[in-house]
Design a binder for this molecule. Structure first.
Ligand SMILES: Cc1cc2nc3c(=O)[nH]c(=O)nc-3n(C[C@H](O)[C@H](O)[C@H](O)COP(=O)(O)OP(=O)(O)OC[C@H]3O[C@@H](n4cnc5c(N)ncnc54)[C@H](O)[C@@H]3O)c2cc1C
Length: 395
């Protein structure tokens, strides 16, 4: 069987692994990237609806969840979104801001993958697919890997195998197992940036609204996101839902303000003065789709009467029902559709300057495998670039 010795082996040819390999190669290190998948970069190609939201202009440590909120600061400040935007521009890749600083390729996510592969090639880093890692052993001067393609040895070993999201794209718990093999703590994992599923009584009504999208503010655990929500036949999705899902714990309620840009009570009062005889549903149809109003009034327990028949505080109560809709999700769609995995290798075990395990010389963890998770909007790729880059300078 093939025996090969290189300076650096990176396991996982995703965003972080390819970027780190190219950086290490540029320093003259011999580098191999090994991946078990048949197709390299599947997640990159699927990302951002095929256009890859490759970074965010406003990325800062505040856009990340981690047990240690400070851990990501150093890497994010040493390799910033502007550094990556510079590289994208150098390759002549056209891009645009979609919203909220989110940068997408004009054409295709393929442009980003091709750029990463070109960077690896220029730096002499090889990429091998369909390589199953059977075992890893640490020796005095490095690591020995047994694989289905032979034995490989390296001085520095980088684990870039990502999280558990979308198993059909090659996701596996491999990185967590390696961490445990070497005595590193792994924090519990759960799906993030993921649609909610609903209890039967909510689903029966809300599934009828499938396809309707609304501006809303979703709030949970002292965190809020003002973006859109989308009713689907399976439950609730859309950017505000995906964002808040990362902050939600099973059993908790999420509050939705379904009229986030104004005061619905004031609007209803105005209509009452001008057209006292119109039905509540007609008044609300000025702000929402008719289909939505018809289904949601009985669901929220609201009568549909002429506005003038609402007495005392009743119009305020109507407005409150829209401003403070409390929903207890049944759960989430899980790793099958989640964009990210929360939790992972405990950052306390790693150096924030290099991503090396504090107690295992030569072993590095980068990207999503560790307990650093970005919001929706290009932050997760930025973490892949920043953590991959800092490791690439030292491996
Ligand atoms: C549908 C979808 C859309 C997304 N869109 C965006 C977006 O637009 N913007 C954004 O910032 N983030 C997005 N994300 C999140 C982003 O893709 C990830 O956070 C990012 O890819 C993580 O990079 P990584 O290199 O750590 O892991 P990955 O990119 O997941 O790469 C891990 C690699 O390791 C390999 N691997 C796993 N197990 C093994 C093993 N046992 N042996 C060998 N190799 C192994 C996998 O095959 C894979 O190639 C999206 C995610 C999904 C699922």
């Amino acid at each position: 069987m093939l025996k090969k010795q290189v300076d650096v082996i990176v396991i996982g040819a995703g965003a972080a692994g390819l970027f780190c390999a190219a950086e290490a190669g540029k320093r003259g290190r011999s580098v191999m990237v090994l991946d078990h998948a048949k197709r390299i970069g599947g997640k990159i190609l699927m990302s951002g609806g095929g256009r890859c939201n490759f970074t965010n202009m406003y990325a800062s440590h505040e856009n990340f969840l981690s047990d240690n909120k400070h851990f990501c600061k150093s890497a994010l400040s040493r390799y910033t979104q502007w550094d990556f935007i510079g590289l994208v521009a150098q390759y002549g890749i056209a891009y645009h801001e979609k919203t909220l600083g989110q940068l997408f390729c004009d054409d295709s996510a393929k442009d980003i993958l091709n750029m990463l592969l070109a960077e690896c090639q220029k730096a002499g880093a090889s990429v091998t697919s369909q390589c199953d890692i059977l075992s890893i052993e640490k020796h005095d001067n490095g690591f020995v890997l047994e694989t289905n393609q032979g034995q490989y040895q390296c001085e520095s070993l980088v684990i870039a195998t990502g999280g558990l999201s979308i198993p059909k794209l090659g996701a596996s718990p491999f990185g967590y197992k390696v961490a445990e093999q070497f005595g590193l703590k792994v924090l519990p994992t759960r799906a993030g940036l993921v649609p909610f599923t609903l209890h039967e009584q909510d689903k029966n009504v809300l599934a009828e609204l499938s396809g309707i999208s609304l501006d809303a503010r979703a709030s949970c655990n002292d965190t809020s996101f003002n973006e859109s929500i989308l009713f689907t036949h399976r439950g609730l999705s859309g950017p505000a839902v995906l964002q808040i899902s990362s902050f939600w714990q099973p059993g908790e309620a999420v509050e939705f303000d379904l009229f986030p840009h104004g005061d619905l009570h004031t609007e209803l009062q105005k209509t009452l003065q001008q057209q006292p005889d119109i039905l509540l549903s007609t008044a609300l149809a000025a702000h929402y789709a008719k289909r939505y109003v018809q289904a949601v009034l009985p669901y929220l327990g609201l009568d549909n009467k002429p506005l003038k028949q609402y007495q005392g505080k009743q119009l305020q109560q109507v407005a409150d029902a829209f401003h403070q809709w409390q929903l207890k999700p049944n759960g989430t769609e899980g790793y099958r559709t989640a964009e990210v995995t929360l939790g992972g290798v405990d950052t306390d075990e790693l150096s924030s300057k290099t991503m090396m395990a504090k107690n295992v010389g030569g072993l590095y963890f980068i990207g999503e495998v560790m307990d650093v998770t970005g919001w929706l909007g290009g932050f997760n790729f930025q973490w892949a670039w920043s953590s991959g880059w800092v490791a690439g300078q030292v491996v």
